[in-house]
Design a protein around this ligand. Sequence first.
Ligand code: GLC
Length: 733
Amino acid sequence: MNKQAQLLRPEIEAKIDALLSQMTLLEKAGQLTQLGPTMLEGVGVDSFLDDPEAMQKVKLDYHEDWIREGVVGSYLGVQGAEKINRLQKIAVEETRLGIPLIFGLDVIHGYRTMFPIPLAEACSWEPDLARRTAEVAAREASAAGLHWTFAPMVDIARDARWGRIAEGAGEDTFLGSAFAAARVQGFQGDDLADPQHVAACAKHYIAYGAAVAGRDYNTVEMAVQTLHDVYLPPFASAADAGAATFMSAFNDLNGVPTSANRYTLTDILRGKLGFNGFVVSDWNSIGELVPHGHAADRKDAGKKALLAGVDMDMVTESYRHDIPELVEAGVIPMSVVDEAVRRVLRVKFLLGLFDRPFRSDAETESAALLRPAHLDLAREAARRSIVLLKNVGGLLPLKQAARKIAVIGPLADSPFDMLGSWSFTGSRRDVVSILGGIQSATEAEVLYARGCDIDDKLPADFAQAIEAASQAEVVIVVVGESAKMSGEAASRMNLGLPGHQEDLLKALKAMGKPLVVVLSNGRPLSIPWIAENADAILETWQLGVQAGPAVADVLFGAYNPGGKLVTSFPYAVGQCPIYYNRTSTGRPATEFWFTSKYIDGPVAPLYPFGFGLSYTTFEYADLEVRKAAGRVTVSATVKNTGAVAGEEVAQLYVGDVVGSRVRPIKELKGFQKLLLAPGESRKLTFELKVADLGFHNVDMQYVVEPGLFKVWVGTNSAEGLAGEFWLDEADVQ
Ligand code: GLC
């Protein structure tokens, strides 16, 4: 059900009409202008990447005079109810029309209670968990005075070199669409005027994750059918869920920058998706139309962006300075400006800002942050984000009989790096490190050594690590990436462990002790040596403030991991982009020389999409496929064949064998997560709508074509019970 219609309320539209009729052209341009505070002194912008407290250390100019002139409609980058209220007071009491400002900020995976990075949380395959964490994030952000978050990021990402893969829900359209809707619902709730919620912002519209070579901000080329079938659906899902705003992206798409692309911003977003909120540009992405080579100067850029469908200008200040001249020169019709202003005012009215411009205060704010219930949810979300990649001989969960445990590695006691990217509203002081979590969870003596840094340039001295390991019965090594190595502008051309971390692992492996590798990273890594040589591997991503307790819960068996990968792990960076829902080619890889393969490595990923182990085992049986009255029903039985209770994500994949455009070998079309007691069986049923089996043909028509379809039900994208069904002409009418 498309909730966009709910954004249109006659009584609000009437108020907007009345306001518009009073506004000057400059005031209208002001409503389309978003500013950030100017840093007067203090720290360099990249220090925000190293120090989440940096925001408190800088001196900022908030341009109060511009607010008084009515030439600002929105702010980003302002934190705290007191600061926000001070600026809002100027807007409401000292401007001619008293139109309130809308304050936005990147609240991507928590405000002060930092949750797992979105890529980690998606490995839970629990959209409702994401809704719940988004709801808490909204509650804290709103208590801090904010009205709007620049989230969820819903970009499909198939290339692990791209650092922003950390911010989304991975490589799959079906799963990404489910998380997009859940996160919008969590942020917005059912009523934007509810002060416990904030407006969401689906970003980065569109296809930003398909940057050539995984290099951030790079160009994007793709078939328009791929745009509609793979990259658009999560945005459509966000719009259907009622997202009040969208953010245009940095990248160009087939030659036209997405912040000046009328086809995507108006024809698709307004025409096809029926979006009734407003579009904000990404940070100076309007100004960047000039270096893109799409605009001659700032004024030309502003004209192209507004006419394409970008309603609010984030920090370029073109709309504020150039739009009035362009309207007075007859280049831009006033009606275009009025429609953009209407959309912005619509969201402000829906948020209730005219009735309640001051959403919170310092006392409310401090009472709302880091509440015990929020920390409990953070631990729950973190546990459910962990993926067990290997567990030889049932090494995990660790037996409590161990007397000495060595905990080694540069990420074992690194609180800031547990926060991941986009965590500047959090604080390293709120984090329980993985070392801290282990120490609190066991009676054993814990011997700690850092071993090396994350990204040593010079060889490290492993002596202390070796010494600690020599005394222990089991060695836990926490390795991976720093928080700064993923997120924006953090593309990598190598996907192995940075620095000398792998050397540290090899030195420890040589000691012959049971080796548990705990990964903390913001993207899939190519780790074939670890896959081969570790006895157990936990993918823990960057889990937020409760990283330590969550990892300890899994290591010692308080929680049986049930996470599944939402991105393929490459065997080597040369495989990127790598994703499961690929097409077959005319020469699928075989032993025969002349087939689609590499001569120096496998075609298959190191770990496939949907992969994840458990402390128990599951078996699938009794696959049935039935077609009746235009619906296809697929059922199977899942049994817990192990000795402990566990959660399994049963996945349904469908492949359209023959298409007028070649179709992916398989695509995720359903998943169910279930908790089974030892020995328990459960029959699962998936209802497939024929309409969900279509694609855009060469004429850009959405079609479902008759023919043979294959189905798989199983534990990941590489294995499962196989079946098939036919659709005939009558089924697809
Ligand atoms: C950044 C990011 C975007 C973010 C915006 C505001 O450059 O691309 O995701 O929301 O600027 O911080």
